[in-house]
Design a protein around this ligand. Structure first.
Ligand code: CA
Length: 242
């Protein structure tokens, strides 16, 4: 069922097989159903600073660093970039609004999938642009004993962030593995671009409002409509990777 896409990936990268050792999960919109809150927080924070932003733009820019997103909107709305002070203030406002919203739920199907991955002897990792403090605590509340601090890649580890392949390349380094020994699980176009640019087989989960095309155009190797669908197909996918 998945053989064709795997074959295409191997051929494009000159690998003989995917020798799966680790699964690299993006966080927002993949492990947590949190993108709606992020979108609301972005639109509201930009509004406070006199800038208009569509909710959908939060999904289009998803994965970028905070300053990256703020500067793109600022450039368009005001014709210039935001000052460092403004970036700090706007991102703080965005974080405050986000934290005031009801807590995002774990993505349905994610915990079950993580259990299967662990049972298969694979290492689950988180690769996120998020710079929230105590991220591991948050992860542990919903996914106890799944992730290890030293194998996480967050905003604190990166210089460029997605869509640069950097965060995924750092993940490979931290796990001491090569690109064909991992897969990426992403929900955002820029996240998919980062995974693909890192040379890693990239699974897109379309958990937001964008059309599938937005993810496929970035080079996603495989697309599922939800985390639950990926979870249900895991056994078949994994078997074909052996
Ligand atoms: Ca995401």
């Amino acid at each position: 069922m998945f053989q064709e896409t795997i074959k295409n990936y191997l051929h494009a990268h000159n690998y003989s097989k995917i020798n799966l050792k680790a699964v690299l999960f993006d966080m927002d919109g993949v492990l947590f159903d949190s993108m709606k809150n992020h979108a609301v927080a972005w639109v509201e924070a930009m509004k406070r600073y006199g800038m208009h932003m569509e909710k959908e733009e939060a999904y289009l820019h998803e994965g970028r660093t905070g300053s990256g997103t703020i500067n793109i909107i600022s450039q368009r709305e005001r014709g210039h970039q935001a000052t460092e002070q403004e970036v700090k203030e706007i991102y703080q406002a965005k974080s405050d609004i986000f934290n005031s919203l009801p807590k995002a739920e774990p993505m349905p199907g994610a915990y079950e999938l993580l259990q299967k991955i662990k049972k298969n002897g694979l290492v689950p990792m988180v690769v996120t642009g998020s710079g929230q403090l105590s991220l591991l605590e948050k992860l542990n509340r919903s996914y106890p004993d799944v992730f290890r601090q030293e194998l996480m890649v967050t905003a604190f580890d990166v210089k460029y962030g997605k869509p640069n392949p950097e965060p995924y390349l750092i993940a490979l380094q931290k796990a001491h593995i090569r690109a064909n020994e991992a897969i990426v699980v992403e929900n955002a176009p820029l996240g998919v671009r980062a995974g693909v640019a890192a040379g890693i087989f990239t699974v897109a989960l379309n958990t937001g409002p964008l059309p599938d095309k937005a993810l496929l155009d970035e080079g996603a190797d495989l697309l599922f409509p939800s985390m639950q669908a990926f979870n249900e197909n895991w056994e078949a996918f994994y078997k074909e990777n052996l």
